[in-house]
Design a protein around this ligand. Structure first.
Ligand code: FES
Length: 369
């Protein structure tokens, strides 16, 4: 149980996306377009979010620009008193649409970066011409004056581009960059061998980020998600299950985190049937791993249990087969050694091909690696 409202809500407007990133964290089974919430239902959900105390709305997907009603939805979210952040690849945004988003009050844009040049970005995103388009969109974002966060997703194939990604954030006028080493959830699990950074790369990224934080203090904020398979302590995933945020999937299922549907014994409420307030406070999925009562050893007697909440439930499920187990990233987990050995083996598999994220009916990208 909790007495605290959520601070943030992620609205996954759609799972449709023009890109085919092999590290996509969306579930293996995507919500079909005909199951997506309609405009009026999303508007009601935003009102309910405002009523229960949500402050920030992260509008995501898939690619949220694939929704024709994006501008209407952003306007409704602003009316509901929410701070609106659009998380986008930029594909599908025109200058006209961006100006309309500005007119209706969009507060912030988070632009993803698949690579720092066309060769890398287009091959990772599986979308020819995507990088050039993104640079054009970045120019319009700057011209209009949206506050911008650049979201660079890094892995074995592009970690060497981190210094250039930092430069690009400055050139684009971004106030913040998220340096996110790929996390293995959903589709990304299929590509652990093709994308796992080496331990040396993970260490080098730590060093570059530390130096850049010192050099760019006051100019650029750097958020950093390290390569957790190579770490000894788990991440406090979602800030703790059911403590700060909730996700609404395209079909209206309300999830404690974006990968929660990979935990097979959980069942999820839907905004079509229940008010967001009831789902947050009383929903079975939200209460399944809230607090510390559910924890097993070694978490239960660990001094860090209310700091990291045992790490990521979905990672425990994916790697150990038990969502209630200690995240195997933790040095106290009996599976820690095996995970690190596995990470090392994945990171040296130079034969592994990328398996692109493809939806049913969508062709595999033609872009060769
Ligand atoms: Fe689900 Fe970490 S992604 S708890």
């Amino acid at each position: 149980m909790t007495d605290n409202p959520p601070i943030a809500m992620l609205a996954e407007l759609t799972h449709r996306c023009p890109l085919a990133c092999p590290y996509c964290s969306n579930p293996l089974e995507l919500a079909r377009q005909d199951s997506e919430l309609d405009t009026e239902t999303w508007k009601r959900v935003f009102r309910e979010a405002g009523e229960i105390g949500v402050l920030q709305l992260h509008i995501s997907g898939g690619e949220p620009a694939s929704r024709r009603d994006l501008i209407e939805l952003v306007a409704a979210a602003r009316e509901a008193g929410l701070y609106t952040n659009l998380i986008t690849s930029g594909i599908g945004l025109t200058e006209k649409r961006l100006r309309a988003l500005d007119d209706c009050g969009l507060d912030h844009i988070q632009l993803s970066l698949q690579g720092t040049d066309a060769e890398m970005a287009d091959s990772i995103g599986g979308y020819r011409g995507g990088f050039a388009r993104k640079m054009q969109v970045a120019g319009w974002i700057r011209e209009i004056g949206f506050p911008l966060t650049l979201n660079a997703v890094l892995h074995r194939r592009n970690l060497h581009q981190l210094p250039r990604a930092l430069e690009m954030a400055l050139e684009m006028g971004a106030r913040r960059i998220e340096v996110a080493t790929v996390q293995f959830h959903g589709w990304a699990m299929k590509n652990r061998d093709a994308l796992m950074p080496t331990q040396e790369q993970a260490r080098e990224a730590d060093r570059i980020v530390k130096q850049a934080r010192a050099d760019l203090k006051g100019t650029l904020v750097i958020d950093y998600v390290p390569a957790d398979y190579h770490s000894d302590f788990p991440k406090r995933c979602m800030g703790g299950w059911g403590t700060t945020g909730l996700n609404v999937a395209p079909d209206g299922e309300v999830l404690p985190c974006h990968a929660a549907q990979t935990i097979p014994h959980l069942s999820f409420d839907n905004v079509r049937d229940r008010h967001l307030r009831d789902i947050w406070y009383d929903g079975a999925a939200f209460n399944a791993y809230r607090g510390a009562d559910w924890m097993q050893e070694p978490c239960q007697s660990c001094d860090n249990k209310l700091k990291d909440f045992g790490g990521c439930r979905c990672q425990a499920m994916a790697v150990v087969g038990d969502a209630g187990a200690t995240d195997p990233v933790c040095i106290k987990s009996p599976h820690h050694g095996a995970l690190q050995a596995e990470a090392d083996a994945f990171s040296h598999n130079d034969e592994a091909d990328l398996i692109y994220r493809t939806a049913p009916g969508k062709p595999v990208p033609e872009i060769a690696e």
